[in-house]
Design a binder for this molecule. Structure first.
Ligand code: GSH
Length: 277
């Protein structure tokens, strides 16, 4: 049953899938790195596998699976031991609420924060014509608009505010769930909820932004400490980050940190439902 993963070292969605494979004890997969910085995601051959031009993509026995949340669920079914989904249907629905939050809000949030802080610097070093060409190659229109807005407006693009709020809502929800003293969020087991969230939380950590949201949330901090202690976190997230990327993430995040803190404070002060999640 040949298994090939198209992925990139420091991409959050790729980290998720590598963690799942590690948890399942599957290590005989073929690794194909798709360099997002040199536009390899736009190669016509790759687009045949993943028409959105994003990583990761899994090819298993010649069949293609895309979307990291779906790939994680697929792998959990194909390799059932140890299970990464709770046995109870209600608990699974709760677990999937976190996956949904990641896909609907945190992913865009982290993308614009990383983009406005980090990739922006890379784009600014390119001639404008090249930037235009890069943006025009993005096939997913929502993504193209988002990246264009962030390229033009930086941290003031409305997407960055929205991303800040998406994180706030998720941390409120986690805080509430963890208030009863549980270790893990859904069904009493380390599940795909943890794996999905781990990569979005750690990216904030590496960008020196995490405590903006969880500095006063000891239960979430303790949850994150438990996540970091899992062996798959070290081997599949930490060990794949290249030396220069640590500084790049930290410096970039630190640059936008005051604005992000302002956005969160503004949201909390002005409500729009703050505190009800
Ligand atoms: N919903 C997709 C999102 C995939 C995604 O956005 N991947 C990023 C890396 S984490 C990517 O490939 N970006 C390429 C680009 O922005 O051009 C999934 O979960 O697989």
């Amino acid at each position: 049953m040949p298994l090939t993963l198209y992925h990139f070292n420091n991409s959050v969605c790729s980290q998720k899938i590598r963690m799942v494979l590690r948890e399942k004890g599957v290590d005989d997969w073929e690794s194909v790195e798709v360099d997002l910085f040199t536009g390899k995601q736009f190669d016509p051959e790759y687009l045949k596998l993943n028409p959105k031009g994003v990583v990761p993509t899994l090819v298993h026995d010649g069949r293609v699976v895309t979307e990291s949340t779906l790939i994680a669920e697929y792998l959990d079914e194909v390799f059932p031991d140890p299970p990464l989904k709770p046995a109870d249907a209600f608990d699974r629905s709760q677990m999937r609420l976190y996956s949904k939050a990641c896909d609907e809000g945190l992913h865009q949030g982290v993308a614009v924060m990383s983009y406005s802080a980090m990739f922006m610097e890379r784009l600014r070093r390119m001639p404008p014509e090249q930037v235009k060409e890069h943006l025009s190659r993005i096939l997913d229109l929502e993504r193209r608009d988002r990246q264009t807005a962030v390229y033009e407006l930086g941290v003031d693009a409305p997407h960055v505010y929205r991303g800040t709020v998406a994180y706030e809502k998720t941390f409120q929800k986690m805080d509430k769930a963890l208030a009863d003293g549980r270790d893990w969020l859904a069904g009493g087991i380390w599940s795909l909820a943890e794996i999905n969230l781990a990569v979005y939380v750690s990216r904030l950590d590496y960008m020196n932004l995490l405590d903006v949201w969880i500095g006063d949330r000891p239960k979430v901090i303790a949850w994150y400490d438990r996540v970091k202690a899992r062996p798959c976190f070290k081997t599949e997230v930490v060990d794949w980050v290249r030396e220069d990327e640590w500084d790049e993430m930290r410096e970039a995040g630190t640059r936008i940190r005051p604005r992000i803190a302002d956005f969160r404070a503004d949201y909390l002060a002005n409500d729009f439902g703050a505190g009800i999640y």
